[in-house]
Design a protein around this ligand. Structure first.
Ligand code: NAD
Length: 376
C-alpha cells in the first residue's frame, strides 16, 4: 500500500483546514482502495471518528469532506466529556458497487499505519461487517457486534436516549419544567434513532407528529404509539408542535423551512441540521431554541468511546466501564445542553456559537494542554 501525508501547503488551500494534526492519503492498486484519514486534534486523546464510503467527485472533494468531518469530531468528543480527539476517514467509491472485503481489509491496514492516533468506527456507507473486516488488520476499529447488555453493538438506541435527555434540557430551559406529558413533538425520520426516540417520547406521554419516506415504519408507529399522527414529508415543518426533532437527513433547517415553523424548540438526532451557519441566527431571531446537533446526538460516540476504552484496557473514568455507567454518561448530555443554553443567553449569542466556544475551552484549555505535555 502506498501512502503519504498531505503537506500543509496543499492543505491550506482548503477552507476547512484548521491546523489538522495529520492528513494521510492512501492508494492501494491491489485492492483499489483510495482513502484519506484526517486526524484533527489529539489534545484530549486518540482521535475517534467514523469511516465513511462515498462516491466523491474528486480527491479534493474527499479531502474537503474529511477535513470538515474530522474537525467536527474534535468538538463533538470534547463536549461529550470523552478524553478523545477528533478524526475521520473517507473511502472514495460507491459502497453499493465498489466495496469488497479485500478493500475493507486494506482500509484496516491504512488505519493501522496511524499507530492508534486514529480510532475508526461505522459511518454512512460502512456497516458492522465492514468493521469486523477492518478489525482483522488492526485493533483500532470499534463498532463490533456485542452481547445484550455489553459495551459495543448498535449505537442508535444510545443516541436516541441522548436526544431524549437533550429534549428535557431544552424543555427545562424554555419552560422551567421537563414534563413531556401532553407535549407535542414533530419527528422527521423514523429510522434506527427516530423510531426509538418516538418510543421514549410516547412512554413519557408526548403527542407525536411523524413523517418518513418509508410507509411501513409509519404504519408500525400508528399501531404501536398511543397518540400519533402521520403527516406529509413537507408538512412536518409547519405542524403545530412545540418541538421539532429532525432524525432523517442534514440541512433540513434552512431559509426555506424556518419561515414555516411555529416550533419553540429544535432538538433532534440528525447530523448537520442547519444548512448554513446563518440558520443558527435565524432561529435565534425567531425565538426558536436550537439544541446544537453535535451536542445532542453524542450518545452514539459515547457508546463507541466506552467500547474503545474497554478494549484498550485503559479506563480514564473514575467508574467501571459498564453499560449502565455508559448510559449515565449519556445522561450528562442534559447538563451539557443546559450549560450551552445558559452561556448563549448570558452572552446574547446563539446556542451553536456557545457550543463551539465551550468545546474549544475543553480541547484547547489548560487540562488538554497539560494532558498533551504529559504524553509528550
Ligand atoms: P436511518 O437511516 O436508520 O434512519 C433515517 C430515516 O429517515 C429512515 O427511516 C428514512 O426512511 C427516513 N428518511 C429519509 N429521507 C427522509 C425524508 N426526506 N423525510 C423523512 N424521512 C426520511 O438513520 P439513523 O441511524 O436513524 O440516523 C438518523 C440521523 O441521525 C442521521 O442524520 C444520522 O447521521 C444521525 N445520527 C445517527 C446516529 C446513530 O447512532 N445512528 C448518531 C449520531 C447521528
Amino acid at each position: 500500500m502506498e501512502y503519504h501525508d498531505v503537506d500543509a501547503a496543499t492543505l491550506t488551500s482548503f477552507s476547512d483546514y484548521d491546523d489538522h494534526y495529520k492528513v494521510r492519503f492512501f492508494n492501494d492498486p491491489e485492492t483499489g482502495l483510495r482513502a484519506c484519514i484526517a486526524v484533527h486534534n489529539i489534545n484530549l486523546g486518540p482521535a475517534l471518528g467514523g469511516c465513511r464510503m462515498y462516491s466523491y467527485g474528486s480527491e479534493d472533494d474527499a479531502i474537503r469532506d474529511v477535513l470538515r468531518l474530522s474537525r467536527g469530531m474534535t468538538y463533538k468528543n470534547a463536549l461529550a466529556g470523552l478524553p478523545l480527539g477528533g478524526g475521520k476517514s473517507v473511502i472514495l467509491g460507491n459502497p453499493a458497487t465498489e466495496k469488497t472485503d479485500a478493500l475493507m481489509a486494506a482500509m484496516g491496514r491504512a488505519v493501522d499505519t496511524l499507530g492508534g492516533d486514529y480510532i475508526s468506527a461505522e459511518d454512512s456507507g460502512t456497516n458492522e461487517h465492514d468493521m469486523a473486516t477492518m478489525r482483522q488488520s488492526t485493533p483500532y476499529v470499534m463498532g463490533q457486534a456485542a452481547a445484550e447488555g455489553a459495551l459495543g453493538g448498535d449505537p442508535s438506541p444510545v443516541t436516541a436516549y441522548g436526544v431524549f435527555c437533550g429534549i428535557k434540557a431544552a424543555l427545562k430551559h424554555k419552560y422551567g419544567s421537563d414534563s413531556m406529558d401532553g407535549l407535542t413533538v414533530a419527528v422527521q425520520g423514523l429510522g434506527s434513532v427516530g423510531y426509538d426516540l418516538c418510543r421514549q417520547l410516547d412512554a413519557a406521554g408526548a403527542i407525536l407528529f411523524v413523517t418518513d419516506v418509508n410507509d411501513a415504519v409509519l404504519e408500525k408507529a400508528g399501531r404501536e404509539f398511543s397518540n400519533v399522527q402521520v403527516v406529509g414529508l413537507d408538512e412536518i415543518f409547519s405542524v403545530d408542535a412545540k418541538v421539532f426533532a429532525p432524525c432523517a437527513l442534514g440541512a433540513q433547517v434552512n431559509a426555506k423551512t424556518i419561515p414555516q415553523m411555529t416550533f419553540e424548540i429544535i432538538a433532534g438526532a440528525a447530523n448537520n441540521q442547519l444548512e448554513t451557519p446563518e440558520d443558527d441566527d435565524r432561529l435565534m431571531d425567531k425565538g426558536i431554541l436550537y439544541a446544537p446537533d453535535y451536542a445532542i446526538n453524542a450518545g452514539g460516540v459515547i457508546a463507541v468511546g466506552y467500547e474503545y476504552f474497554e478494549q484498550s484496557g485503559h479506563n480514564p473514568f473514575p467508574h467501571d466501564l459498564t453499560r449502565a455507567n455508559m448510559m449515565r454518561h449519556v445522561e450528562q448530555i442534559e447538563q451539557t445542553l443546559e450549560k450551552i443554553f445558559s452561556i448563549a443567553e448570558r452572552e446574547g449569542i446563539s446556542p451553536g456559537h456557545a457550543a463551539d466556544a465551550l468545546a474549544e475551552a475543553i480541547f484547547k484549555g489548560e487540562a488538554a494542554a497539560a494532558r498533551s505535555s504529559d504524553a509528550a
